[in-house]
Design a protein around this ligand. Structure first.
Ligand SMILES: Cc1cc2nc3c(=O)[nH]c(=O)nc-3n(C[C@H](O)[C@H](O)[C@H](O)COP(=O)(O)O)c2cc1C
Length: 133
């Protein structure tokens, strides 16, 4: 069982991102692949957790990376876990208010990034999410 987390930035466009449409295909595919997880969107950025069989999680991530609705995808972690943390959710979604500077999105990422062993990587990721775009 593997767990993958990544952050990305919604591609600015004429139309706002349709998160419901993303969730509809996510829930369909993830149910098929026994992938569970969580998607957080703050109006600008995404943070997603995917967990399930390693190869299936990797396959989902390579599809997701190529999606033109977002860009600057950065994997925060890919690690083996004993149990699912988001077991009951095919793809829970939380929309958080857009935050500026050191708001809750950055704190949330910090909590995830705590698991990254390398201090430099940790610092890089933590500052990445606080860049104002
Ligand atoms: C931020 C973001 C998160 C996504 N998460 C998932 C996901 O968890 N599972 C999934 O299958 N597709 C996800 N997608 C959609 C994929 O990029 C892709 O459009 C989809 O898997 C294609 O599936 P379909 O061929 O069944 O329409 C996500 C897209 C974005 C932009």
């Amino acid at each position: 069982m593997h767990q993958l987390s990544f952050i990305s930035t919604a591609r600015p466009g004429a139309a706002p991102i349709d998160v419901e449409a993303i969730l509809a295909s996510s829930r369909r595919n993830n149910a098929r692949d026994s992938i569970t997880g969580l998607l957080i969107y703050d109006g600008k950025r995404f943070l997603q957790e995917l967990e399930g069989s390693g190869p299936l999680v990797e396959a989902a991530f390579s599809r997701i990376k190529n999606d033109t609705r977002h860009r600057a995808t950065v994997m925060l972690s890919f690690r083996e876990v004993d149990d699912r943390e988001f077991g009951a959710w095919d793809m829970a979604c939380q929309k958080v208010e857009a935050v500026s500077g050191d708001g809750s999105f950055g704190d949330m990422v910090d909590n995830l990034v705590d698991q990254v062993p390398d201090a430099n990587t940790k610092a890089l990721l933590s500052s990445f999410v606080r860049i104002k775009r």
